[in-house]
Structures are given as structure tokens and as C-alpha cells.
Design a binder for this molecule. Sequence first.
Ligand SMILES: Nc1ncnc2c1ncn2[C@@H]1O[C@H](COP(=O)(O)OP(=O)(O)O)[C@@H](O)[C@H]1O
Ligand SMILES: O=C(CO)[C@@H](O)[C@H](O)COP(=O)(O)O
Length: 464
Amino acid sequence: MDSSTQSVKIVVCDAETGEVVRSGRAPHPEGTEVSAAAWWTAYQSAASTPGLLDDVEAIAVGGQQHGMVTLDEDGELVRDALLWNDTRSARDARDLVAELGGGQAWADATGTVPLASMTVTKLRWLARAEPESAKRVASVVLPHDYLTWELGGRSFAPVTDRGDASGTCYYDASKGEYRDDLVRLALGRSIELPRVADPAEIVGHTPDGIAIAAGTGDNMAAGLGLGLQSGSAVVSLGTSGTAFTRSATPTHEPSGTVAGFADATGAFLPLVCTLNGARNLVATAEVLGVTLDELARLALSAPAGSGGLVFLPFLEGERTPSLPEATGELVGLTLSSMKPANLARAAIEGVLWSLAYGVDVLRKQTGEISAITLTGGASQSEAVRRIATSVFGLPVVVTEAFESVAVGAARQAAWALTGELPEWRVPVAGRYEPTEADVAAADDLMGRYTEVLRAHFEVPDFSR
Ligand SMILES: Nc1ncnc2c1ncn2[C@@H]1O[C@H](COP(=O)(O)OP(=O)(O)O)[C@@H](O)[C@H]1O
Ligand SMILES: O=C(CO)[C@@H](O)[C@H](O)COP(=O)(O)O
């Protein structure tokens, strides 16, 4: 199961080959504050498709990362979960960074410098803004932990895995230990935290006897589903934009650009995340009064560089660069550039640009990255795939197994069931090679965006 921001997707895979044999989905409520119970209801609705779960032997959850799900002593929800894209704890993030002695101190302690997305900052927000709710909290779990617990009929204590735990900023991924001192720093006291299960552990069973694996964060699950290896990066365009790679060793990047997450196999998953993925494209299509397919056609009819238009895609504030209070900018409007086609292309270039920057920073942390695998809802767009070559200047691959998070969760479930990580084939649906002109366009685009970004916002070094 992939329980992500906008929807839940279930895929049923053949345990030997990974072939997707059945699937189902259901939408999630809108907003950055959502009751965890709504995710369980959505899962039950998707799973009720007749025959969908017939013969299923094992299940795992890949879930949107970082969300703060608060439980009281009786295991009841204290309040709605604050999601990864809720920026109200921006001030708390700044305070926590200062209180521990700066970005390097956090990067050393947990691998990651807290920004408003991370669970630890939401704990501090709760203590500050809702002290009465904070007092009632007995434990905090992540979205995937909550769903794993519900799947098991609450018959075992909540569990998590090291991948998702690494996104809390109170778990040290390199040592595999919770940092109770950081929970106390944020909330003022200790709380119960879910046990961190082994990557291939069966943590319990559903009331129907289906084995439940540990599950993980959605990006970690996508890494498993796509068979991610060092030297290449996954770029996901869902609600968030993410760029991540696999690393055998932990990263400790002090500026907060690269999160030093763990992956779902025992290795690491350095990751750059933006708040502004596919929804900037949906908003642009709405402004232009076109469908997403028409947006793609328009974008492909415009030249690389969008006739000089630059779209800083900060419609939901931003996490990378860290500008939680920012709004978007459209720059370079002239009589000749202000055309629907240029606007369509600029939206795609803008959304991809911050991830191209992310890939550059990842490269500095982990070594060469020579290809990109695109995934997430917007990777279905032919324009996104083609334009990506001229923003990254790298080969871009799209796989057939489109729901990579759910497939990765299924692969983990098969691993737990059989005791061996299955070697599932990841069939390539398309490979887009950059031309020399694409590589030059990528450099040019990075230069122009950096200039416009610097002219409008105060940011740390943000250049190639
Ligand atoms: N062809 C497309 N072009 C651009 N965006 C698309 C396209 N198809 C789907 N999307 C967008 O992708 C998003 C859903 O992607 P998904 O990866 O499922 O998100 P999440 O995992 O965050 O719930 C939605 O905002 C949807 O409108
Ligand atoms: O916060 C992050 C990663 O650090 C996001 O990637 C969330 O994990 C949500 O992902 P999507 O719902 O957009 O897939």
C-alpha cells in the first residue's frame, strides 16, 4: 500500500516476479492537517474492491513521511495529524536548530537538520501552541506506523522502520537509536515511540492472517520498488518533489538541503525535498484553462528556456531552498514571452529546476549521479519526461511499474514473507537521452534561475 498525501494506492504483486496483478485506490482528504483515521477509512474503501486482496499472503505500508500522529494513553487520536507539508512549525524549526547549537549539531546527531516538515518541529509546535493537547500525548507515530497498527487490528504495539524513523529528526540513523534528549528538547518530556523493526521482519498479522511487514516511508519504498542503486537518482513528482539516491554510508549535510535519511534495506537515502511538485502543474493548467494533457502539448511546443520566462514554483512556500513563507514568482514577462506555451513550459522547468539543484547537491555528498529515474503522478506527462532531459542534462528513465511506492512496499512484504529480498525486474517504459543542446540548456537554465532566485529571496549558496 502507498498511503501518500493525496491518495492511497494498493497494488497486488506476484511475490516471485513482482508483476502487478491487481490494483485499487481511494482519495485522501485535502489539507495539511488530516485525521489519521481518514487514511484508514480510505484504505478500507480501496481494499473493499471485490477480489482485490484474494490470496494475498503479505502486506506492507509505504507512507507519506514525517506526519505527526498523536495517541493518548488509550491509543486514541489526540488531534489531527500535521503533515510533512504543513509549515506552521517553521519558527519552531529555527528555534530548535539554534538551541542545539546549529545545523551541524543536528546533522551530526540525526543526519538531518530540522525544517518545518520534520516531526520534531511539530512536537515543539504542539508544546508551544496547544499545551493542553500536548499534555494528553502518550505516544507519537508516523502515518505508516499508524496504518500498520490498524492493519494488525491493534493487536501489537506500534512499530516503525529505520527509514521512516530517520525522518523524525529524533532518530539517529547511523547508530540506529532514538534520541530521547531531542524529544525532550522539543516537547519538554519523553513519550512512547514505536519499536524500530528490522527491514525484513514480520511484525504481526491482519485479523485475516495476512503477514504484515515493517513498512517504511514513501520515498524509501519507491527506492525499493525501483531497485535504486548508487550512481543514479530517483526524482519523484507527486505532491512533493523529491530527489534521492542510495548511499552505503550516512550523510551529515549541515545546511539542511540534503536530509540524511536511512533507506529500507539497511543503507542510506540522502534526499532533497520540495513542497512544490505536481500541484504547481495542476494550478498552471487551471490558470490556462487546459487539461493536463493539453498543458503537456503546449509545453512541448515552447522552446527550452520558455522564451525567457522564469517560474519560481513556491505556491506552497518552500522547503528547498528553505523559504517556508515564500510565494511563487513569474519573471521575464514581455509581449513576446507572455504566451500560454511559454507559461506551460516555464511551470515544468521551474518545478524540475529545484530538483536539478537537489541532484547537484546530492552529487557533492555521494559522488557521481549519471541518470535519473522519474516517478510520481506527474511523471506520466510526456512533457515532464522530455523537458527533464534539458533541465537535468542527464538521461531520464521511466519505468513500467508506475506506482513505485506501492510496488516497493509489496517487495518488502515479499522479502519478509520469503526471507530473501526478491530480484524483481524493473521494466523500462522509456529512456530519454539528452542531446548536446539539452546539456547546454540545463546549464543556462540553472544560471538564469539562480539569478532570479537571488534577486527575489535571501538564500544560501544555490548555484551549480
Ligand atoms: N499527466 C500529469 N501531468 C501532471 N501532473 C499529473 C499528471 N497525472 C497526475 N498528475 C498529478 O500528480 C499528483 C499525484 O501524484 P502522486 O505521486 O500520486 O501524489 P502523492 O503521492 O503525493 O499523493 C496529482 O497532483 C495529480 O494531479
Ligand atoms: O516530506 C517528504 C520527504 O521528506 C515527502 O516526500 C513526503 O514523504 C510526501 O510525499 P508524497 O505524498 O508527495 O509522495
